[in-house]
Design a protein around this ligand. Structure first.
Ligand SMILES: Nc1ncnc2c1ncn2[C@@H]1O[C@H](COP(=O)(O)OP(=O)(O)OP(=O)(O)O)[C@@H](O)[C@H]1O
Ligand SMILES: [Mg+2]
Length: 414
């Protein structure tokens, strides 16, 4: 097994997820559309690519579309067209309708050139019609088609921000639902996925029924046994001897088996052994690498990813509230009801409907796996994430209740 800490993995870089693949495959074969959610770095894209690879091996057409860069339905349709490009019968049929000359030149243009040409032929008045034609062209293919659209919530959020209205989000989701439903049994099977909760987003916009044709599936972390097995497989494949107890200590340090964190820990331990000129990894190395590698300056670059995703999930006000919540949960150990009341009091002059906004932020943070609701408030599930945020805010976060008391005291002396 290859070690990887970057993008999605598949084939011999892919570990386990047997049950998840089995469930997803059976839903797809049963022609059920799916909404795949899961915390950052949990391996959503990898599981979808692996699922597609297996189905393609069995004769399916696998279309993988990443709409992270799309800003309009026209862009998203053009992205789907790009994924269709290698399947000549579908691409030609579609091109025939949109730009006849393109149909004869499919062989001459690359997939990204094809995308550009298609994009140039789409506008706000025509994307529905052409998009429908594209999906119909997929449906008329003899082979069944799996259409994965990844990073959907980022795309929808972008439209929401640009337009300052939910109209286009609604139009796109309604169109997708109506079109796939009209194609019935022959429709490409859809899987929508992304790392920011789509459900909280559509609920907030008052259009939850636009995704009710999708069967939700949540990708969770690996348990201890699987995390340990993955670590040991990596060590074996890279011929790195590790003492007994190392893999277990890795899992215990992380607190939760996010696949990318397991991979990252392995890569850092391996580098550490090389730097020290040693040919084995000991249990003591685990604590040292956790402290200096994962939590140190180089590990902070992974944190940036988590922070960026939060910025994408919220507007400026929502982002400030979310950062306050995350900082409080990291440093105080939990975001309690008292902290929630204090936050509302501190921000009520600045943010409209502050209690609702806090509730929204908590929903997203819990949905996306940053925090977990417990008896005494919201806490981090992952020790690594908690320690990261603690390192980030340690020097400038004051507990919310104390901050409120201090501001009340200032108010009284005025
Ligand atoms: N099944 C797996 N086997 C081995 N490693 C995995 C697996 N799934 C995920 N990983 C690790 O996690 C990393 C991220 O995977 P992936 O990009 O699929 O996650 P994601 O949930 O789509 O992330 P994002 O939230 O950034 O979209 C991979 O580079 C790899 O290190
Ligand atoms: Mg992904």
């Amino acid at each position: 097994m290859r070690s990887s800490t970057g993008r999605w993995v598949s084939g011999d870089g892919f570990f386990d997820r047997k049950a998840e693949l089995e469930i997803l495959e059976s839903r797809v074969r049963g022609r059920n559309h799916v909404l795949l959610t899961g915390q950052r770095r949990m391996g959503k894209t990898s599981v979808l690519r692996e699922l597609g690879r297996r189905l393609a091996y069995d004769g399916w057409i696998f279309l993988f579309v990443d709409v992270e860069g799309a800003a309009s339905p026209e862009d998203a349709i053009a992205d789907i067209a790009q994924a269709v490009h290698p399947y000549r019968p579908i691409a030609s049929r579609f091109a025939e309708g949109i730009r006849r000359w393109l149909s004869d030149r499919i062989e001459e243009v690359s997939a990204s050139q094809f995308r550009l040409k298609v994009r140039a032929g789409l506008d706000p008045g025509s994307w529905r019609r052409y998009g429908e034609r594209l999906l119909r062209d997929c449906a008329s293919q003899e082979e069944p088609v799996l259409l994965v659209i990844d990073e959907v919530p980022i795309f929808l959020k972008r439209m929401l921000e640009r337009d300052e209205s939910a109209a286009r989000v609604d139009e796109f989701l309604s169109w997708l639902r109506a079109t796939t439903q009209a194609l019935g049994e022959n429709s490409p099977v859809l899987i929508l996925s992304g790392s920011i909760g789509l459900e909280p987003l559509v609920r907030r916009l008052g259009i939850p029924d636009r995704i009710n044709h999708l069967d939700p599936f949540r990708l969770g972390p690996w348990n201890r046994e699987t995390s340990v097995a993955c670590f040991e497989r990596l060590a074996e494949s890279h011929r790195l001897p590790v003492d007994g107890g190392v893999a277990g200590a890795v899992y215990d340090s992380l607190g939760v088996g996010v696949p990318q964190h397991v991979q990252s820990f392995f890569a850092r331990l391996r580098e550490h052994a090389t730097m020290q000129g040693r040919d084995r990894v000991t249990v003591e190395d685990v604590a040292e690498v956790y402290r200096n590698g994962l939590l140190g300056p180089s590990g902070q670059s992974d944190l940036v990813h988590y922070e960026t995703r939060l910025r994408e999930a919220f507007d400026d006000e929502g982002y400030s509230l979310a950062m306050e919540i995350v900082a409080e949960a990291a440093i105080e150990g939990a975001f309690t009801l008292g902290a929630e009341r204090s936050l509302a009091a501190l921000y009520h002059e600045l943010v409209e409907d502050v209690s609702v906004r806090i509730a929204d932020a908590l929903e997203v943070l819990a949905h996306d796996g940053y925090l977990e609701a417990g008896e005494d408030g919201y806490r981090f599930q992952s020790r690594l994430l908690k320690d990261w945020w603690t390192a980030r805010f340690r020097d400038h976060h004051v507990a919310l209740e104390r901050r409120l008391e201090a501001s009340a005291a200032v108010g009284n002396t005025k």
